[in-house]
Design a protein around this ligand. Structure first.
Ligand code: SF4
Length: 722
């Protein structure tokens, strides 16, 4: 028998065939980063069920994890593209272009020439997740779309939105922004499919035209109906534009095939390649050495390469936990429970992963806090928060003022009647300084942003903000944990369990991602990689994202806040890093590290109320009953500049809403419109019609309030007669 095993970045597949090439069995399974263990399971199964026999049968491996495993079981490695091409040439002699999309890589193969003398041109990408299956799945998970639903989601006829196709991490952020703007998940997923096809065509064809027939391979191409539709749409269009002659009477869509066994082509190709090799090549040596590697070998190798874990001695970890791990040890604090919630000031922080709200008493005590996992729609998030606040306040409670911050603030200010929309850095600095007025630096590591605020006598003297790169943020750590099926709350304990950690490189999250895959191949386990990520986080935060090489210039008292600092392993790495630079530094974690933004917004709103402000909060019932509609169409495209942003109009039914009868997307009285997805403030003005309305309003105001300065200037040296 001859066996082909494809050890991919997310799954392993095998095909077992007779020596004549007749298929006996095939299977694919996710390996959850345990590639070696999964292959051992496969081989044991094949020995037991099909009599795969050492020294008689042959095994050929391909895929990113094949090198190490093949050596251990006596198999031979077949280069991935060679394997796929071998299967395609055998099964589809007419195919001229192949796209294979894997979990973390993608490749295209152009076949030119006639049968006997076919040439192959291969283009691959594996350094970035853009355009691969992982970023579709990752985003779908974020949008809480179950895999069965994702596989059936369509592309044809959907309105498409701009999603970064170059970087998987940015694509996820784009998808998140669209969701927050009220774009439907169907449109977001269709836009992701568009981005995948665009990325494949833009980076992997290098100007060559993929000619029919086309074969789509790999899990994403097989499983996602919408992705197949996107390919058919783009290739048909391309053929039309480039006047490609198609076989008479054929619908272009028919010339793009997705075989039902599209997952197995690399494994099938291994068998084809293996059959062409001499009998002695690829002789299966059994699983003994594989077992040895799992039990001993990998640990020996790791010890040579790795460095110590997040702690040296158990006493050191105990001492750290004694300071930072206690409920009052600055990692978590409960709001006061014995204070009657009568009059409160509310602060809300609409973050990328969670929305948080706090209630402060007029004496600035935190009396209530709550959160909701972000559904990506700020109106829904606000509803979830205000429901909890309403319940906590009861019928006698009163909101004195409302401050909001975070991504949703501009959208929500008018809708919920917030009194202050507070810029994130201001909210976080206010919250930090409230508890630690003598702080020299506040470091806020949230889901997406890293903010470093350098303080001087209680005011922000300098700040560093990083929201364009995922390196060092909490979402990246969380994303990796999710891939390992580790809950957010478990990350710290798992990371502390690591005795040694791999050396990961500081910098771009995309490269860090491939670094992780490399470390996994060497046998590093989930907890060790998570510990490694926690250890690298301070470098990414302070040096890579913050550009602060000399921490000692900042001062001595550092406040850590933001949701990522709820993770004790991250705090340990941060404390060790800061103290390695400034041995006598004082590092404290904000008592409400996750709620700091909401607290800051509430403090600003409290100040506003104390200066005589009268709240415009619309009330719980209005928020509960908010109904809204979203429109993204040709009529919502911004025409103020050639960028032509595809904006979304979110129309909310609100008592007293003025409507927009003059709009191209008319809005009746009793509704208000919020415009999102504009790249600059100009895009907040709908179109020339609205500009006329605004100008008319400005003229009216000018008449009602003449500019005194202009009048004085005009009259100052005027000589009056007499
Ligand atoms: S929102 Fe700004 S950048 Fe976008 S099209 Fe309008 S004017 Fe141009």
């Amino acid at each position: 028998m001859i066996c082909g095993i494809d050890v991919g970045s997310t799954t392993c597949k095998y095909v077992l065939a007779s020596s004549e090439g007749e298929i006996i069995d095939q299977a694919y399974e996710r390996h959850n980063t345990k590639q070696v263990e999964k292959v051992l399971e496969f081989l044991t199964r094949l020995e037991q069920q099909h009599g795969l026999t050492p020294e008689r049968d042959r095994v050929f491996f391909t895929g990113s994890g094949s090198g190490l495993i093949a050596k251990l079981v006596g198999g031979k490695v077949v280069q991935e593209v060679v394997a796929v091409a071998a299967a395609v040439e055998k099964l589809h002699p007419d195919v001229q272009f192949v796209s294979e999309i894997g979990g973390e890589d993608m490749k295209t193969i152009f076949f030119t020439g006639s049968n006997g003398t076919k040439n192959k041109q291969v283009l691959m990408q594996s350094a970035c997740s853009g355009g691969t299956g992982t970023f579709i799945e990752k985003t779908a998970r974020k949008l809480q779309i179950p895999p069965e639903q994702l596989s059936q989601m369509t592309y044809e006829g959907r309105t498409l939105h701009k999603i970064s196709s170059k970087c998987g991490i940015f694509a996820e952020a784009d998808a998140n922004t669209l969701l927050k703007a009220g774009v439907s998940i169907e449109e977001i997923i269709a836009s992701l499919f568009e981005a995948v096809v665009y990325q494949n065509l833009a980076t992997l064809t290098k100007g060559n035209t993929p000619l029919p027939e086309v074969l789509l391979l790999g899990g994403p191409n097989l499983f996602f109906r919408g992705l197949q539709e996107a390919w058919r749409h783009h290739l048909s269009k391309l053929w039309q534009e480039r006047k490609v002659a198609l076989p008479a009477g054929k619908d272009p869509a028919e010339l793009i095939q997705v075989p039902t066994n599209a997952l197995y082509y690399a494994a099938l190709g291994c068998i084809e390649a293996g059959r062409g090799e001499p009998e002695r090549v690829g002789r299966y040596a059994g699983t003994e050495r594989l077992k040895w590697w799992i039990e001993e070998g990998q640990h020996e190798e790791k010890q040579k390469e790795g460095k110590r874990g997040l702690w040296r001695e158990p006493e050191e970890l105990h001492a750290f936990k004694a300071i930072y791990g206690r409920p009052n040890g600055r990692t978590h604090s409960e709001p006061a429970v014995n204070v009657e919630l009568t009059q409160v000031v509310v602060g809300c922080d609409f973050g990328s992963t969670t929305a948080k709200a706090v209630c402060l008493s007029p004496q600035k005590e935190l009396v209530f806090s709550c959160y909701a996992l972000s559904k990506g729609n700020p109106i829904e998030d606000a509803r979830a928060l205000f429901r909890q606040i309403r319940q906590a306040l009861g019928s006698s409670g009163q909101i004195l003022s409302l401050g909001i911050t975070g991504y949703g603030k501009d959208l929500l200010k008018g809708i919920v009647g917030a009194d202050c929309a507070v810029v994130e850095t201001v909210a976080h600095a206010t919250a930090g300084l409230h508890f630690f007025p003598d702080a020299d630096c506040i470091c806020d590591v949230g889901g997406v942003d890293v903010k470093i605020m350098i303080l001087n006598n209680g005011t922000v003297a300098d700040f560093r903000l990083n929201s364009q790169c995922s390196s060092g943020n909490g979402a990246f750590l969380q994303g990796v944990a999710e891939r390992f099926n580790i809950e957010l709350g478990e990350i710290a304990d798992r990371a502390f369990a690591a005795q040694a950690i791999p050396q990961l490189s500081m910098g771009c999250g995309v490269f860090l991602q491939s670094d992780i895959v490399n470390q996994q191949r060497k046998g590093w386990q989930a907890e060790e990689i998570l510990a490694g990520l926690c250890a690298i986080l301070p470098l990414n935060v302070w040096i890579y994202a913050g550009g602060l090489n000399n921490l000692s210039q900042i001062g001595k008292k550092f406040i850590l806040q933001g949701g990522s600092h709820k993770n004790l392993a991250v705090v340990k790495a941060q404390v060790d890093f800061i103290k390695s630079k400034i041995p006598d530094a004082e590092v404290v974690v904000h008592p409400y590290s996750g709620e700091a933004g909401a607290i800051g917004a509430a403090l600003v709103a409290l100040d506003w109320w104390q200066r005589g402000g009268q709240t415009g909060f619309r009330g719980f019932q209005v928020i509960e009953e908010l109904s809204y509609e979203t429109t993204t169409s040709l009529d919502t495209v911004c025409k103020w500049c050639p960028v032509s942003c595809q904006r979304t109009f979110i129309d909310v039914r609100l008592p007293g809403g003025k409507g927009r009868p003059w709009s191209k997307v008319p809005l009746a009285e009793g509704w208000e419109r919020v415009i999102v997805n504009n790249s600059c403030p100009k895009g907040l003005v709908e179109d020339a019609n609205e500009m006329r309305v605004i100008k008319a309003e400005m003229e009216k105001t000018k008449h009602a309030f003449p500019n005194i300065a202009d009048m004085v200037r005009a009259q100052a040296f005027h000589r009056f007669a007499g």
